[in-house]
Ligand binder design. Sequence first.
Ligand code: AMP
Length: 398
Amino acid sequence: MGKLSIKDVPDSTFEGKRVFVRVDFNVPIKGGVIQDDTRIRAALPTIEYLRGRGARLILASHLGRPKGNRIPELSLEPVANHLSKLIKQEVKFAPDCTNAAPEIVSRLQNGEVVLLENLRFNPGEEANDESFARTLASLADVYVNDAFGTAHRAHASTYGMAQFFDLRLAGLLMAKEIEFLTKVRDNPDKPFVVILGGAKVKDKIGVISNLVDKADTFLIGGGMSYTFLKAAGKEIGNSLFDEKHFEKVKELLEKYSEKIKLPVDHYAVKEITAGAEKKYFEGGIERGWIGVDIGPKTIEAYKNAIKPEGMIFWNGPMGVFEIDDFAAGTVEIAKAVRDACKGGAKVIIGGGDTVSAIHKAGIKDEELTHVSTGGGATLEFLAGMELPGIKVLSDKNG
Ligand code: AMP
């Protein structure tokens, strides 16, 4: 059953109403200057849609990890100023969610916008404290969540407060994420190729287990591949190894050896730093060496598996791509999925690192079918887990 979005309800739902929108404005800020406003722009369609229908908008987000403390560098005030420029209208700023906000909200006119201070300055946010949730809920008449990236967290703003509203709606970004990722999870176009990399095995084994019947091929790379290679009996030297999940990895590999493809060659270093001496290994990696990128034979094999048809999902870099010397594998795979998309494949990318990798390869989001704003949330969704921030939204036929 789908979730009700702001487009599924009559415009009168919003006219003159106080509408709380949980957004994801967790953007990099240095010295009060926003370094990358992609996430703010991603929320604009929902903001404009609601303003256009006469809503009185209350926007709220977290920024960084203040852990319940008021940390000036993590204030959302620069975001309010930036958003004012983007929507060409003053965005008011409420310096706290509890004391200042009710008064400012009560003075909002139709189509006006207020941004609340960083939700996580209040310890009640991450603790999903009921009284904080009630306070947030008391500010508004309608609840909207457009922050897919935090939907896997049961916090006061993503979960607790929603329960006090009759109407709990998905914003346009959230609705788009749910639509694309549901397709990937439940009904992918065939052939379906899943590319998984990055460091954390834990986050990805759930995706493999849940998609294994639907996917034709898993291409594994990055730090997580060494736990798989060890399970396949290869030497991995001093490469990343996840002992805790080793048995589960072994089990998956034994059961699905046909579908799970592992790197056949690597570049390794003695220390992960720019300019470190790189050694090429085929098969195993010698003791004392750390695998940091997939090698040319693996790139070639993976490129052959990435075809311009069906569906491709990619999460996690193929190596330590932040360092240019170890980015070749990731960049080549990024170009391969872009070309596959151009040729007709549907390509869905998830996770902050993967999005950075795509940009590093000079690829624009528009060249891919869907670039998910979620990292952990995307993986949990595809692993078949119920995300609290989505579960709590009103059902379409409910
Ligand atoms: P994850 O959050 O699990 O997707 O991991 C992303 C991180 O994995 C990136 O910061 C990469 O630098 C890191 N990574 C990728 N390959 C390796 C590797 N071979 N060894 C160590 N870290 C890696």
